[in-house]
Write a protein that binds this ligand. Sequence first.
Ligand SMILES: *[C@@H]1O[C@H](CO)[C@@H](O)[C@H](O)[C@H]1NC(C)=O
Ligand SMILES: *[C@@H]1O[C@H](CO)[C@@H](O)[C@H](O)[C@H]1NC(C)=O
Ligand SMILES: *[C@@H]1O[C@H](CO)[C@@H](O)[C@H](O)[C@H]1NC(C)=O
Ligand SMILES: *[C@@H]1O[C@H](CO)[C@@H](O)[C@H](O)[C@H]1NC(C)=O
Length: 477
Amino acid sequence: MLRHRLYLLVVALITSSVLPRVQGQRAETYCFTDDPDPYVRFSTKTAYTLANGEFTHEDLVPEGCEARQAWHLMRHGTRYPSENDIIVFTVLLPTLQDGILLAHQDGLGELCEGDLKLLADWSLGDLNVSWANVLTSQGHLDLEGLATRYKEAIPLLLDQPFTNESFKFRHTATQRTEASARSYAQGLFGSDVYMPPPIDPDPLLKYYEVCTSYQTQVADNPEATIESQLYLEGEKMAAVATNVSRRLGIPLGLEELEVLYDACRFYKAWDPLAPSAWCVALTPDDLKVLEYWQDISYYYTNGYGHAINYEMACPPIQDLIEHFSAVVEGRGGPSGVFYFTHSDAVVPVMTRLGLYKDSAPLTHDQENPDRFWRTSSHGIFATNLAFTLSSCGADGWWVSLAMSEHLVALDGCASHLGCTWEEFIATYGYLQQCDLDAICNNTRTGRSSSAASGGPELAWVEGVLHAITKWTSKLFT
Ligand SMILES: *[C@@H]1O[C@H](CO)[C@@H](O)[C@H](O)[C@H]1NC(C)=O
Ligand SMILES: *[C@@H]1O[C@H](CO)[C@@H](O)[C@H](O)[C@H]1NC(C)=O
Ligand SMILES: *[C@@H]1O[C@H](CO)[C@@H](O)[C@H](O)[C@H]1NC(C)=O
Ligand SMILES: *[C@@H]1O[C@H](CO)[C@@H](O)[C@H](O)[C@H]1NC(C)=O
């Protein structure tokens, strides 16, 4: 096999030149398969079932009250990687696998027996580009389970037959959000239900696509995420690459490291109960460095890093207040409002609400291990905001919020369990005014609609492929 011969060459190369740096201290090696509690906080690729809470009636509805409306904003469940990522997986992972196994046969590398066996047993399977961005079977389970638990917590409201009037579903124009919505319906009703066709672009669920200022200042502006780039190019990431190279016995650059990280976390999210073979490459310390790099990045694209990130996030909150106000004012409305979208829409709403805010910004040189901004908690697959409105008789109305089924304390509300209607409106009522065109500096003629901004992503794939080419061509010189 060509790949095999290539690796004999790689090994020869390592043995002759890289050996002194690649060989390490066996005494302190980490053995993933011996770790009873491996680190699984993988930023926005974290499995829902490894980070979620669990709805309870007591959390959502105070004693003596009755749930009257549920408003639920969700990210799609676990998906397959993008087309570009799948191409990189299929090109690089089997090659790395061979290289690591051969290196260990030659006495290089530090993986323990169990880790080596796990990696040897890994195979790409039939993963191919036709699966790009599709919801995985675990993704279906994520949403079905979520709906089932919400229904069990507030059965009066959600355990009733579907009608178009009593339940409102809306998803974006993608397979993964539609499949998520249908899985959620399955969890609630045990069957599929009518869903209106998606709107594209959707100013409610993809407000970031129709926000010129966001597109120009953040999405299309590499300077916007300079802090995460500096961290990526900094000492800590270089140390991770060095350590991982030593552990695997093959030389690796940052590009290969990113692919290993993605392989580790995607496979984990697809099958959360099984050990993910590529995680043998990374120790908990390595994973915390990679996690911070991701947290910085999302801080500047979805978080407090730029004001437009949260200023634009008012349409969903405006919609929430309109729905709840109608019930409070006796105008009625559906029992449940269910929206299925993307992390770029859900996480900025959290930011707009003031959640997970640290006193200092996240920067490449000021890493706070106790930070609140944790995409491994609030940016996970199927991450969701469940607002429940309850009627409490003479005591008025009550609003509770659960983030991925963990009860959340809201600013401006005396109780950590939720808000009175008066507190809620006093704090968030101003968001009923939400003029997206003004906030986003949209011009009447030229509304920005990000044409599937594959730009940076494609450049990344080209970078990786270029690095691989460089890496293998070294062998023949
Ligand atoms: C990709 O996978 C699907 C489903 O497993 C299969 O039907 C299809 O033939 C595959 N396509 C290629 C190009 O291998
Ligand atoms: C819901 O509305 C759609 C579109 O108007 C209609 O086709 C469907 O039959 C309705 N379903 C129910 C259960 O009323
Ligand atoms: C890299 O390895 C060194 C020496 O084994 C260790 O002290 C350091 O903490 C490791 N760094 C990371 C980021 O894993
Ligand atoms: C809004 O758009 C106009 C015209 O493109 C531009 O001149 C102006 O600087 C923009 N304002 C902001 C705050 O971005």
